[in-house]
Design a protein around this ligand. Structure first.
Ligand SMILES: O=C(O)CCC(=O)C(=O)O
Ligand SMILES: [Fe+2]
Length: 287
């Protein structure tokens, strides 16, 4: 049978859970666990071969374990304005041929976009190769190489998981009188907070920075919006939470790249080929 004193002691125990002493115990357990996790990380890092002998997968592990996530960094003047305009012209040509951009390529955070592999260099030339090859060469030399240097990867260990052009457009015209407006229809004015599901990401501004108001890439951790000039690229860890800030006037056209290590890309290709084979209908033969 419960007595008054029993229920008092129950109450005391409950109150103890919220006492300073309980807080201190919880804090010291947390500190010990963090220290143990840090030690385990350090041991895993120490067990890896020296950087020059690492496989792409081991380098990826080293990058993740080191917790030196690449913070938003601007690489200025990666493309000239002529090079930017050439890519935008190919997007305009795509819209002309197809009637608009695509909006179903990214399931959870859809952008109004077109993959670079679907672009033509000049009207009438076959889709694909020309623009894809040209832009891939620029991206490899001028984006992936510095990206690799900054993150400890070898340049040929990094590749593109996705490379696409996004267009944001507000109903109001942009402020820049001298910056052209492109016939690229888009209802999208912003992109909600997300992470990219890849190792590293980049965003390059293709049209002129005077052609829109607002825009830029917002990062949740720092609450900072990074705005760049035409041809500049913003690189960052793909896991950092970020958003496409609201374009309040005009048009903002960007080239977005999702970067991965080549082992992950190979595995992705293998998996896609396998699931395509599985989806293929079973061929029935007449008896
Ligand atoms: O608009 C931006 O700057 C960000 C775009 C982006 O995060 C994405 O397409 O994944
Ligand atoms: Fe993103």
């Amino acid at each position: 049978m419960a007595t008054d004193s029993d229920s008092d002691s129950d109450l005391d125990l409950d109150l103890d859970l919220f006492s300073d002493e309980a807080d201190q115990t919880a804090a010291s357990i947390k500190a010990a666990l963090l220290q143990r996790a840090d030690q385990a990380r350090g041991q895993k890092l120490a067990a890896l071969p020296p950087p020059s002998q690492r496989t792409p997968a081991q380098n990826r592990t080293a990058y993740v374990l080191s917790r030196q996530r690449l913070q938003p960094t601007v690489l200025p003047r990666v493309l000239t304005s002529d090079e930017c305009e050439l890519v935008v012209a190919a997007v305009v040509d795509y819209v002309h041929r197809q009637g608009g951009l695509q909006s179903t390529r990214h399931e959870k955070f859809p952008t109004t976009d077109v993959p670079v592999s679907d672009l033509c260099l000049r009207r009438g030339s076959p889709p694909g190769t020309a623009v894809a090859d040209l832009v891939s060469a620029w991206v490899s030399e001028r984006v992936l190489r510095p990206l690799a240097e900054k993150t400890g990867f070898r340049p040929h260990h990094l590749g593109l998981k996705d490379l696409f052009v996004v267009c944001y457009s507000a109903p109001q015209p942009g402020p820049g009188r001298n910056s052209p407006w492109y016939p690229i229809p888009s209802q999208q004015t912003s992109l909600a907070i997300h992470s990219d599901g890849c190792l590293l990401s980049f965003t390059l501004l293709l049209n002129h920075h005077d052609a829109f108001q607002g825009g830029g890439t917002f990062f949740k951790a720092t609450a900072r919006t990074h705005r760049v000039q035409q041809g500049d690229v913003l690189i960052h860890d793909g896991g950092l939470e970020h958003a496409g800030a609201e374009v309040t006037a005009g048009q903002r056209i960007i080239l977005v790249g999702f970067v991965e290590t080549i082992d992950v890309l190979r595995e992705k290709l293998r998996w896609e080929a396998q699931s395509a084979r599985r989806r293929r209908p079973i061929q029935r033969h007449p008896v």
